[in-house]
Design a protein around this ligand. Structure first.
Ligand SMILES: *[C@@H]1O[C@H](CO)[C@@H](O)[C@H](O)[C@H]1NC(C)=O
Ligand SMILES: *[C@@H]1O[C@H](CO)[C@@H](O)[C@H](O)[C@H]1NC(C)=O
Ligand SMILES: *[C@@H]1O[C@H](CO)[C@@H](O)[C@H](O)[C@H]1NC(C)=O
Ligand SMILES: *[C@@H]1O[C@H](CO)[C@@H](O)[C@H](O)[C@H]1NC(C)=O
Ligand SMILES: *[C@@H]1O[C@H](CO)[C@@H](O)[C@H](O)[C@H]1NC(C)=O
Ligand SMILES: *[C@@H]1O[C@H](CO)[C@@H](O)[C@H](O)[C@H]1NC(C)=O
Ligand SMILES: *[C@@H]1O[C@H](CO)[C@@H](O)[C@H](O)[C@H]1NC(C)=O
Ligand SMILES: *[C@@H]1O[C@H](CO)[C@@H](O)[C@H](O)[C@H]1NC(C)=O
Ligand SMILES: *[C@@H]1O[C@H](CO)[C@@H](O)[C@H](O)[C@H]1NC(C)=O
Ligand SMILES: *[C@@H]1O[C@H](CO)[C@@H](O)[C@H](O)[C@H]1NC(C)=O
Ligand SMILES: *[C@@H]1O[C@H](CO)[C@@H](O)[C@H](O)[C@H]1NC(C)=O
Ligand SMILES: *[C@@H]1O[C@H](CO)[C@@H](O)[C@H](O)[C@H]1NC(C)=O
Length: 252
C-alpha cells in the first residue's frame, strides 16, 4: 500500500495531474451558467442547468450532445445507449449520436478505435486512434511514430535533434490558448496551467477557476458552487472513483 502511494505521488510529480475523463458531468451537476452553456444540449433555465427537452432540438445539436439525445427516425429522442440504436454503417450511427459508431449488421456501438480496422481505416484517426496495417488501436505512446507529420497529429512532439517522436509536455506549449489539456488517450488527460506566461503542469486543482474547470478537464470536473468566487473544481463522478480507489487499497 505504501508503494502504491509512493508510485502515485511520483506519477503526479512527473506528469502533473492526470485525470480520468470517462465519466463526464451531466447537466444537473452544473451550477454555473457558463459551464451549463459549455455542455452542448444542457439548458440553462430559471437559474439552473437542466437536461434538454430533446424533442425541441434539431439534428445538428441533437446528434452532437454527449449522451443526452439521439437523432432517430427524423426526431430527436432521449439517448439511452449507443447499443440501443439501430444503424447500418459508421456514418449512419454517428449521425444519430456523435459518440456512437457501428458494430456490425444493424447494431450501433460506443466509439472505439477497434471498430475502425479492415474496410473502415479512413475512420482510424488521430489523436486517439493509430492505424497499423489494417488494425486500428488506441493511441498509447509517441515512440512508435517515426515521421514528424504523423507524430504531431498525436499528443506528441517531433524532436528534430534526436529525430524521434516524443511525448508532449505542458512546458512544450507556448500558446496560452493551448495550455489546458493534453490527451493521453480517449479516457485520460493530463492537465496544464498557464502561470505567469509559461505553461506548467497543473498540480493543484485550486488553480482552476469557475471558467476553466469544465473546459480544462474535458467535461469531467465541475465548479462545486453557483457562486464563482466560492467553491472548487470537483470531479463529477468522484464518488464512484473513490469506491474504486478504496477497493484497490483494500486489495493491495
Ligand atoms: C429550455 O428550457 C425552456 C424553459 O423551461 C424551455 O422552454 C425550452 O424548450 C428548453 N429547451 C430545451 C432544448 O430543452
Ligand atoms: C418538449 O418540446 C416539445 C416541442 O417543442 C413540446 O411539445 C413538449 O411539451 C416539451 N416537453 C416538455 C416536458 O417540456
Ligand atoms: C418512424 O416514424 C414513423 C412515423 O412517425 C413510424 O411509423 C415508424 O414506425 C418509425 N420507425 C421507427 C424505427 O421508430
Ligand atoms: C440510417 O439508415 C436508415 C436506413 O437506411 C435511414 O432510414 C436513416 O435515416 C439513417 N439515419 C441517419 C441518421 O442517417
Ligand atoms: C470489406 O468490404 C468488402 C466489399 O464491400 C466485403 O466483401 C468484405 O467482407 C469486407 N471485409 C470486412 C473484413 O469487413
Ligand atoms: C516508419 O514506420 C513504419 C511503420 O511503423 C515503417 O513501415 C517504416 O519502415 C518506418 N520508416 C523508417 C524510415 O523507419
Ligand atoms: C536542438 O539542438 C539545438 C542546438 O544544439 C538546441 O539549441 C535545442 O535546444 C535542441 N532542441 C531540443 C528539443 O533538444
Ligand atoms: C519538451 O519539454 C521537455 C520537458 O521540459 C524537454 O525535455 C524537451 O526538450 C521539450 N521538447 C522540445 C522540442 O522543446
Ligand atoms: C508560478 O510562477 C511563479 C514565478 O513566476 C512561481 O513562483 C510559482 O511557484 C508558480 N506557481 C505554480 C503553481 O507553478
Ligand atoms: C513573472 O515572470 C517575470 C519574468 O520571469 C517576473 O519578472 C515577474 O515578477 C513574474 N510575476 C509574478 C507574479 O510571479
Ligand atoms: C495556484 O494555486 C496555488 C495554491 O492554491 C496558489 O498559491 C497560487 O497563487 C495559484 N497560482 C495562480 C497563478 O493562480
Ligand atoms: C460568494 O462567495 C463570496 C466568498 O465566499 C462571498 O463573499 C459572497 O457573498 C458570495 N456571493 C453570493 C451571492 O452568495
Amino acid at each position: 500500500m505504501n508503494k502504491f502511494i509512493i508510485v502515485s505521488c511520483l506519477i503526479a510529480l512527473t506528469f502533473g495531474l492526470t485525470i480520468d475523463t470517462t465519466g463526464s458531468c451531466t447537466c444537473n451537476d452544473l451550477h454555473i451558467e457558463s459551464e451549463c452553456k459549455g455542455q452542448l444540449g444542457c439548458n440553462w433555465s430559471a437559474g439552473a442547468c437542466q437536461k434538454p427537452n430533446c424533442t425541441a432540438l434539431g439534428q445538428d445539436v441533437c446528434s452532437k450532445t454527449n449522451q443526452l439525445c439521439a437523432w432517430v427516425n427524423n426526431t430527436c429522442t432521449t439517448f439511452s445507449s449507443c447499443s440501443s440504436l439501430t444503424g447500418n454503417s459508421i456514418d449512419n450511427c454517428t449521425a444519430q449520436n456523435m459518440g456512437c459508431s457501428w458494430q456490425s449488421g444493424d447494431k450501433c456501438a460506443t466509439q472505439s478505435c477497434s471498430l475502425y480496422g479492415n474496410n473502415n481505416t479512413q475512420y482510424c484517426i488521430a489523436p486517439f486512434c493509430v492505424l497499423s496495417g489494417s488494425t486500428c488501436s488506441s493511441f498509447s505512446n509517441c515512440g512508435s511514430f517515426n515521421d514528424s507529420a504523423t507524430c504531431i497529429k498525436y499528443p506528441c512532439l517531433y524532436n528534430t535533434n534526436a529525430t524521434k517522436c516524443e511525448s508532449l509536455t505542458c512546458s512544450n506549449i507556448t500558446d496560452q490558448a493551448a495550455c489546458n489539456t493534453i490527451y493521453l488517450s480517449e479516457k485520460q488527460s493530463s492537465l496544464c496551467f498557464w502561470n505567469n506566461s509559461t505553461c506548467v503542469d497543473l498540480t493543484d486543482l485550486k488553480n482552476l477557476t469557475s471558467t476553466s474547470c469544465l473546459t480544462n478537464t474535458n467535461g469531467a470536473y465541475h465548479w462545486s458552487s453557483s457562486n464563482a468566487s466560492d467553491g472548487s473544481c470537483t470531479q463529477c463522478y468522484g464518488l464512484l472513483l473513490q469506491i474504486v480507489f478504496a477497493l484497490i487499497l483494500l486489495l493491495a
